[in-house]
Design a protein around this ligand. Sequence first.
Ligand SMILES: NC(=O)c1ccc[n+]([C@@H]2O[C@H](COP(=O)([O-])OP(=O)(O)OC[C@H]3O[C@@H](n4cnc5c(N)ncnc54)[C@H](O)[C@@H]3O)[C@@H](O)[C@H]2O)c1
Length: 417
Amino acid sequence: MKINVLGLGYIGLPTALLLAKAGHEIVGVDIDEEKLKILKKGELPFKEPGLEELYHEAKNNFTLRTSPEKSDVFIIAVPTPLDRTIDVADLSSVKQAADMIYPVLRKDDLVVLESTVPPGTSKNLVLPILKKSGLDETEFHLVHSPERAIPGNTLNEMRYNDRIIGGLDKKATNKAKEVYSTFSEGEIFETDVKTAEMVKLMENTFRDVNIALANEFSRISEDSGIDVWEAIDLANNHPRVDILHPGPGVGGHCISVDPLFLTANSTTSKMINLAREINDSMPNFVLSLVRKKTAGIERPTISIFGVAYKGNVDDTRETPSKKIIKLANNEGYRVKCYDPHVKDFDYELYDLEESVRESDCILIVTDHDEFKEIDPKNLEMRNKNMIDSRNMIDKDLWIEAGFDVKIMGDDAEYTGY
Ligand SMILES: NC(=O)c1ccc[n+]([C@@H]2O[C@H](COP(=O)([O-])OP(=O)(O)OC[C@H]3O[C@@H](n4cnc5c(N)ncnc54)[C@H](O)[C@@H]3O)[C@@H](O)[C@H]2O)c1
């Protein structure tokens, strides 16, 4: 089959290459000419395990364009950020992609919307644009198939995760199943288009609310002299309990944004917005820990370890680090950032040694594996303070190296019987 994939980002590019490897003729479409230039040189615009090898294997079936061509299938994987001024999904890229497709849409073609969208978007926004082709909705096929892969393990998850396909009708769903089953080994569940849109948002909202609960437990533990990490581990021994981990805030393109796609149009939602509020306040809470550790130091410098929004990826979208840095700068802190995965960031990045030079406190924001390998004895700092908001370091090792260590959520006096 000939397939156009619109949007060659974290989701669209791996999808396009998996389909190309499966033998389809793929046209990768992106409006970002810089991104196309990088790809044309045989390089990747971002890091993802296994993607380089896949690009090499699939490139004979993969061409690059700035607009779509006539084909059998169109997959839309463009960004759907949140318009922060009004907390509503910004669907301008989805609209633009549909506008690019309808002039080349032919009878029996399939259009798949993979981007995460508020319920109703496929039917109310995308369908009317596609009908500008002169075809009516019985003559082409439209489905929503949300992508649920996680950065850092995208290729495996795209291959083995179960998939949901919600078609406007059964014929559309069947056609999409035919396409995805050429590379997906997970089970494919069928539903209607609006339910498929809802399911994706419910999944991310579930995680956001559960993280907010863990964050609240963490703050209560801080107030009560309890180690929240131990308490969560013990609670999770219960067969029907699965509490997630607290952290410095929720980032990324999905979990910190998608819940608001649900509440934007609701007059009844309370818990979802409250969870967002709790998670969005975590950077402030983390900074309050920094304040305590650096009290009495004149013009303190802090070293932020990790600016990616999660461990072992280079994605900084919606990262809690940005809010922590801004708040800290406003209070007169000097901030130096170190991230072994990120190359481009809004603030200057230093290597490990330089990031801690003359620093008064390290703050771990991202759980990159590399941070576990650091030998604290080798770090030269002005004051040896360590705040770990992810509970990832070997606390004893850092204490032995002379550090005053604080693990967020662990205020336990108790150290055993
Ligand atoms: N990144 C994730 O982990 C993840 C996971 C699941 C779902 N999603 C969803 O998938 C969608 C894509 O996310 P992403 O992370 O891949 O975004 P991204 O920003 O990495 O990539 C999107 C790409 O689309 C391009 N683009 C914008 N408008 C276009 C158009 N009209 N035609 C062609 N290309 C266009 C951009 O230039 C960019 O290269 C979003 O809706 C997101 O919520 C993302």
